[in-house]
Design a protein around this ligand. Structure first.
Ligand code: FMN
Ligand code: SF4
Ligand code: SF4
Length: 254
């Protein structure tokens, strides 16, 4: 059994990169995707939760995961959360603190990191992925130092955007009904493998969306043929994934 464990959720690799960097630095650390539930039966020194900001909050799958995470043998563990976002503001700050507190645990450390903005369903992808990746790595260094030394830095204040999270995410529910696949699709199955929540099934060599989409953008962003689009919005918006994260890492960790 490892001494440390980090749970992460990631569509385009920003959060996976942060989680990986922390895991490597603190050593003896398991890295587990929050796409599937996990039975926390052993005791850990440090428990980390790393996720992207979705409209001021946590992705719904992260909230569900943390809510059912059994902390009974980990009430004294050092629990930390790191949120990646395009703006640098944290998401789900008050909620995650409350969920962990309600279980008798304590969120000792919370930090957010500014990363590349990946929401291609809403806007065009920028052309500064390498610079953003460098800045992300730089910001992660301080967080690593803090976590190595068990620094206590609970979330100071909530993000006003958190109030928008519920209504905004309701608007996005079933948005995969607007996803379409064009003739460039070669049936490679990448999209179904990279989807962190198993929302894509291959049917007759083409992806079929099952309507429990988290809007993580992984399928649109990682399709090697750029064959998946949201309505007529994303055809010309470019594609992004973190330059240091490979498709194999995304898939292996799902
Ligand atoms: C559905 C969705 C909502 C998002 N909402 C916000 C937001 O409110 N504020 C923000 O700064 N970034 C927002 N982003 C950008 C992501 O938080 C950011 O790019 C994150 O680092 C992506 O992490 P990942 O690569 O691990 O998936 C959003 C992205 C998605 C897909
Ligand atoms: S990843 Fe793209 S090319 Fe591959 S099966 Fe999915 S839609 Fe088709
Ligand atoms: S269907 Fe696409 S956008 Fe939705 S959760 Fe799966 S990979 Fe993410």
């Amino acid at each position: 059994m490892s001494k440390n464990i980090i749970f992460y959720f990631s569509g385009t690799g920003n959060s996976l990169k942060v989680a990986k960097d922390i895991a490597t630095a603190i050593e003896d650390c398991e890295l587990i995707s929050m796409g599937k539930l996990h039975n926390l039966s052993s005791t850990y020194e440090r428990i980390g939760i790393v996720y992207p900001n979705y409209a001021g909050g946590m992705p719904a799958v992260v909230e569900r995961f943390v809510k059912v995470l059994d902390l009974s043998v980990n009430k004294s563990s050092y629990v930390f959360a790191v949120c990646t976002s395009g703006s640098g503001t944290g998401g789900g700050i008050t909620k995650i603190r409350k969920i962990i507190g309600d279980k008798g645990g304590k969120l000792s450390y919370y930090e957010s990191i500014r990363c590349f903005s990946n929401y291609v369903g809403l806007y065009a992808m920028g052309n500064d992925a390498d610079n953003k990746a460098k800045a992300q790595s730089q910001a992660t260094k301080q967080i690593i130092k803090d976590i190595q030394s068990f620094a206590v830095k609970p979330p100071a204040k909530s993000n006003p955007m958190e109030l928008m999270h519920g209504p905004f995410m309701k608007l996005l529910a079933n948005r995969d009904k607007g996803f379409n696949v064009n003739e460039a699709c070669n049936g490679c199955t990448t999209c179904s493998k990279v989807c962190p929540v198993g929302n894509i099934k291959m049917l007759d060599g083409k992806p079929m969306f099952l309507h429990h989409c988290e809007q993580c953008m992984a399928c649109i962003q990682w399709c090697p043929k750029q064959a998946i689009n949201y309505k007529d919005k994303t055809q010309k918006r470019g594609r992004y994934h973190h330059p240091d994260i490979t498709l194999a890492e995304m898939i292996n960790k799902n």
